[in-house]
Design a protein around this ligand. Structure first.
Ligand code: SF4
Length: 698
């Protein structure tokens, strides 16, 4: 019951892909409290971010008026580190002046140099409607498929392997299905930090008797709930997983009937796996042959088993190979398509699934139709009233490289922060600073906005209506609880304004109208309407009837591939792109923490979260710190071939010797100054989880 003077607005958490439903409690246009709702993915639960992470919305840094760069004010990558210096290079402007400048710059490059000199980075933090309209603008207004978003830095490798193997890039079952599993494998994921409410369901399953197998080179928050803790050598996932697959095949533990009926290419996989005997792989992956065999038997002996993975699997030059092994593991044992089974890559951002579905990727239109496929492209050309390019566009890191080489001259960024999130951000910042025209639409003067020509003040999540799709394929309704500050505008209105100025005859668009158009372009949204979401809050896709809840567990009767069967794809050993050596003897790995979200733009402006984790720190094994003559709290310098940063030392007994971990949320110690931009050849995802580093006293 709302207190006097208080409103309650039902919505969804804007942070991770779990997609917890929540109630904002609003008084005097401020969120005074947030409580969990009985959503399908959270059942009333919230983590610390969902509960205490909303005061960023009214932070004094919030942008509330358009900014344009003062004539002659140089774009200097050093401004990314100094918000005051960056702000001094802008003046405020009217919307008319800012939008005219933004549109003219894009039109000049499009009509002069050509459409391929333009690109757009959309956002997995916005709504489905914003993602859809953004990619439509880039494809029809700019005339290029150079449009991407942070999925490229997150699960692109998982999606590439899933599309290849089972014909669909989404999860086959929600993480809540784990409560019915006998065995649950969690690999390359740290749910207690990154998907905390999902972690509660895994712990519950373990408490009820499920055998939890936690595979991680580092100590993991789930270890104490695990039946098997598999600590493996970083970068050696394929050796580990192939040894498990070898055992299952060699001991004939696989599900012969399922493999024969539902898969293809088993003979090739079996022949490939001969070389991966656990005894041979043990020294490679650092796990004893006994444990490799034990885990294989445990998994293959389960009636129901589920595999969940995260960016420890995908953010690697062999991320697609890692995912191929996991898909083969589930398929060999027939662990897809039944309650308590499934393949579940835990999605990072709150709407990375929905933004990808909506077409915010360069090689595919909405619903993952390749841009070169004539029939679907013709349908979209008729729907959108435009001619579409049949050639795939560039991905996030490729766009950065093209910017550096001068091929891309203009960039439109909505709600992303590549000056912090790209690998090797020294080069990324130089490339952004070198653009002829950079327009950033955001709620803060981010590190990327610091290098813009035009900055457009946009809407924060609690200020807009819109839908998002979580890691479980649940399409959920977010609702506006607060008014926009100052002259800030809705993101949808900004996109439409820009489209009109680029010559597109678009009408003003409500989220509801955009959703209706999406449903025309995307059969995956069949039977899901705006009205239904407004009423029911959440519907799972695919949904087969207007009154059905949606299909939580898919592929019980075949796969959406040409043959209807899943492909078993062998994966070979590939070294990380940069191995430790005498000059750089450590392995640096990067990631998130419970309290902060990605580049920190929101959580570092949320008082409670910033107080809980106020400082960037590099974690090492205690013995390693001692060997270096460092005590926890001392300053250290972390050096790679791409840069050096100074930050606090922290002791973490969960880290193996020879490894150092740091989070990437801190502007003053940006991890991605150090990370390696080498790409996985299939998913085009950079190797954030592994590069060679040196640790020194600062
Ligand atoms: Fe938000 Fe994720 Fe936490 Fe849920 S688990 S409250 S979606 S950050």
């Amino acid at each position: 019951v709302a207190a006097a003077g208080e409103r309650t607005v039902a919505s969804v958490c804007p942070y991770c892909g779990v997609g917890c439903q929540l109630d904002y409690h609003v008084r005097d246009d401020r969120i005074v409290e947030v409580t969990g709702r009985e959503g399908p993915s959270n059942q009333g639960r919230l983590c610390v971010k969902g509960r205490f992470g909303f005061d960023y919305v009214r932070h004094p840094d919030r942008l509330d008026v358009p900014l344009i760069r003062i004539a002659g004010a140089a774009k200097d990558p050093a401004d990314c580190l100094d918000p005051g210096r960056a702000r001094a290079k802008f003046r405020t402007a009217s919307w008319e002046e800012a939008m005219a400048l933004a549109a003219d710059g894009f039109a000049r490059i499009r009509d002069g140099t050509g459409p391929q000199a333009l690109a757009g980075f959309g956002s997995a933090k916005g709504s489905n409607e914003e993602a859809y309209l953004f990619q439509k603008l880039v494809r029809t207004g700019f005339g290029t498929n150079n449009v991407d978003h942070c999925t490229r830095l997150c699960h692109a490798a998982s999606v590439a392997a899933l599309l290849e193997g089972i014909g669909s890039g989404a999860v086959t079952a929600p993480f809540t299905a784990a409560v019915e599993a006998e065995v649950i494998v969690v690999i390359g994921a740290r749910p207690t930090e990154n998907h905390p409410v999902a972690a509660t369901f895994l712990k519950e399953a373990a408490a009820r008797g499920a055998k939890l197998v936690v595979m991680d080179p580092r100590g993991n928050g789930l270890d104490r709930h695990a039946a098997e803790v598999v600590r493996f050598t970083p970068g050696r996932d394929v050796a580990l997983l192939n040894a498990i697959l070898h055992t299952i095949v060699a001991e004939e533990l696989y599900d012969r009937q399922y493999v024969a009926a539902q898969t293809e290419d088993f003979a090739a996989l079996r022949a490939h796996l001969v070389a991966y005997d656990p005894a041979a792989m043990a020294p490679v992956c650092g796990v004893s042959a006994d444990q490799l065999r034990r885990v294989a038997r445990l998994f293959a002996g389960a009636r129901t088993a589920m595999i969940l993975w995260g960016m420890g699997i995908s953010q690697s030059v062999h991320g697609t190979d890692n995912s191929r092994c996991l898909i083969a593991l589930a398929l060999l044992c027939g662990q897809v398509g039944r309650p308590g089974t499934g393949l579940h890559p835990l999605r990072g951002q709150n709407n990375v699934q929905g933004a990808s579905d909506a077409g915010l990727i360069p090689m595919m239109f909405p619903d993952y139709h390749p841009v070169g496929q004539d029939t679907n492209r013709a349908m979209l050309e008729a729907l959108w009233g435009a001619t579409l390019d049949p050639r795939p566009g560039l991905t996030v890191v490729e766009i950065m490289q093209a910017m550096e080489q001068g091929g891309i001259r203009g960039l439109y960024v909505m709600g992303e922060n590549p000056a912090m999130s790209d690998p090797d951000v020294t080069h990324a910042r130089q490339a952004l600073a070198g653009l002829a025209h950079l327009v950033v639409q955001d709620i803060f003067l981010t590190e990327t906005a610091a290098l813009a020509d035009v900055v457009l003040p946009a809407s924060a999540w609690p200020e807009k209506d819109g839908t998002v799709t979580n890691t479980n394929r649940q399409v959920q309704m977010g609702r506006a609880a607060l008014p926009l500050p100052g002259a800030a505008r809705q993101d949808l209105a900004i996109i439409v304004d820009l489209a009109q100025r680029l010559g597109l005859p678009w009408p003003a668009a409500s989220p509801q109208a955009v959703f209706a158009e999406m449903a025309q372009a995307m059969p995956s949204l069949a039977n899901i309407t705006w009205e239904r979401l407004a009423r029911e809050h959440s519907v799972t896709t695919p949904c087969h009837a207007p009154d059905a809840p949606g299909e939580e567990i898919v592929f019980g009767d075949g796969f959406p591939t040409a043959s209807g069967r899943a492909r078993l794809v062998p994966a070979g050993l590939v070294d990380p792109a940069e191995m430790p050596d005498a000059a750089y003897p450590f392995v640096l790995t990067t990631g998130r923490q419970l309290e902060h979200w990605h580049t920190g733009a929101m959580t570092r402006r949320a008082a409670a979260l910033d107080a809980l984790e106020p400082e960037a720190a590099a974690s090492l094994a205690p013995a390693e710190l001692q060997r270096l003559g460092l005590a926890p709290g001392d300053r250290l310098r972390l050096v790679t071939r791409r840069g050096a940063i100074e930050l606090a030392a922290r002791a973490d007994p969960g880290l193996p010797e020879g490894m150092v971990f740091m989070p990437f949320a801190f502007r003053e110690a940006a991890a991605n100054l150090l990370t390696n931009p080498q790409l996985d050849p299939y998913g085009k995802i950079p190797e954030f989880k592994y590069c060679a580093a040196r640790v020194e006293r600062a």
